[in-house]
Design a protein around this ligand. Structure first.
Ligand code: PLP
Length: 395
């Protein structure tokens, strides 16, 4: 293994690059998590998070990875044997389904091809069929990190309403929050699941549930066993900025800084930056002559792009060559698409020149790995320059 100089390129779709400002904010002595200084920090982050989730409802913070927040959404609102409707959009939707079944929920997984998001018409049809309202919740992954497909959450909400069905609506935003527009209140979501390590630009280690009034009401009668994940104790302690058990104090310092950074830039600008960098990536992929895994342009993910390699070429070999030669980590293919796709993460603390370096690394790697392709980076750079020229004209 050769020695590398300069910064490692961490271009997996999360954990993402942590900005220096966030690193500095966390580089501080641990304080008493039951003291007055902590209460101010707690209150500030709990309030600030509402802007990020676009909600007025409480956002609960767990010291856990995203998987824990999935479990919290289920165990706080459901009872043994409850029916939940889920959709096989990719690896993460499949894992959430497996968890639901494992904890005693009767979870139905509508099959999918891993190249499309959740079809709102399928949601409507399935719920319209459920005349007895046996389905207690619909759970979808907003941005499937394994495929680079983003489901249309607002349209799914409308589909639930058209079916006139009372099911709770759960959405996993682990790889979309603070990268792709997401509106907890406007889209009538009951539990939004989030994580720290992607669009929020923090290290892994904290995860979130944004909870609606309807979800809180469901929690009163839900009978699945819960203790660590119990919302009630959290919310009671959160009133004064505290937590029922030891919080991830220094990650919360980082979270405070990350929220400041996101609100300084403004969420619309954050989403526009992700959209621009994603579009540039897709232009490069097409110019290389490679295929984007997502087949529906309305569902292209702005946080990552999964790229299919031609038959006979191993995507993990390509990733290995790029890591060894250029010191860049790209996302591996997960589950069904292992070895067939690699994933370019373009989310979080990320800009045009970082993308140019990323695409250059992929292009040189394709050449080294002997994957047939044409030059593609020029198409991305031309698009980024056009966008910059248009912005300059507007200002
Ligand atoms: N859901 C999605 C969409 C994810 O991308 C991930 C992780 O990448 C998870 C759930 C699981 O989160 P964690 O690995 O933080 O437990």
């Amino acid at each position: 293994m050769s020695v590398h100089r300069g910064r490692h390129f961490l271009q997996i779709p999360g954990p993402t690059n942590v900005p220096d400002r966030v690193l500095r904010a966390m580089d501080t002595p641990v304080i008493d998590h039951r003291g007055p200084e902590f209460a101010r920090l707690g209150q500030e982050v709990l309030e600030g998070l509402k802007a990020i989730f676009q909600t007025r409802s409480p956002v609960i913070v767990f010291p856990s990875s995203g998987t824990g927040a999935w479990e919290a959404a289920l165990v706080n609102t459901l009872s043994p044997g409850d029916k939940v409707l889920m959709f096989e959009t990719g690896h993460f939707a499949t894992l959430w389904h497996r968890m639901a079944k494992g904890i005693g929920i009767e979870a139905e997984l509508v099959p999918g091809d891993w190249r499309h998001g959740v079809d709102p018409a399928a949601v409507e049809a399935r719920l319209a069929d459920d005349r007895s309202h046996a389905i207690k919740a619909v759970a979808v992954v907003h941005n499937e990190t394994s495929t680079g497909v983003a489901s249309r959450i607002g349209e799914i909400r409308n589909a639930i309403d058209r079916a006139n069905h009372p099911a709770l609506f759960f959405v996993d935003t682990i790889s979309s929050l603070a990268s792709i527009d997401y509106r907890h209140d406007e889209w009538g979501v009951d539990v939004t699941v989030g994580g720290s390590q992607k669009g929020l630009m923090l290290p892994p280690g904290i995860a979130f549930n944004a909870v609606s009034e309807k979800a809180l009401a469901a929690a009163k009668s839900a009978r699945l066993p819960r203790s660590y994940w119990r919302w009630e104790d959290m919310l009671a302690n959160n009133q004064s900025g505290f937590f029922p058990y030891t919080p991830a104090t220094n990650l919360l310092y980082g979270l405070r800084e990350a929220i400041h950074m996101l609100l300084e830039e403004g969420l619309p600008a954050v989403f526009a930056r992700h959209a621009r960098l994603a579009e540039a990536t897709r232009r490069a992929v097409r110019a290389w002559g490679l295929e984007i895994l997502c087949l529906e342009p309305r569902e292209y993910s702005n946080s990552l792009t999964a790229v299919l390699l031609p038959d006979g070429h191993d995507a993990d070999r390509l990733r290995r060559i790029i890591l060894e030669r250029y010191d860049m980590s790209l996302g591996t293919g997960l589950g069904k698409v292992q070895g067939k796709v690699f994933r370019i993460g373009h989310l979080g603390d990320f800009n045009e020149l970082m993308l140019a370096g990323t695409l250059a690394g992929v292009e040189m790697g394709l050449r080294l790995a002997g994957v047939p392709h044409k030059s593609g980076i020029g198409a991305a750079l031309a698009y980024l320059s056009e966008e910059a020229t248009a912005d300059a004209r507007e200002t």
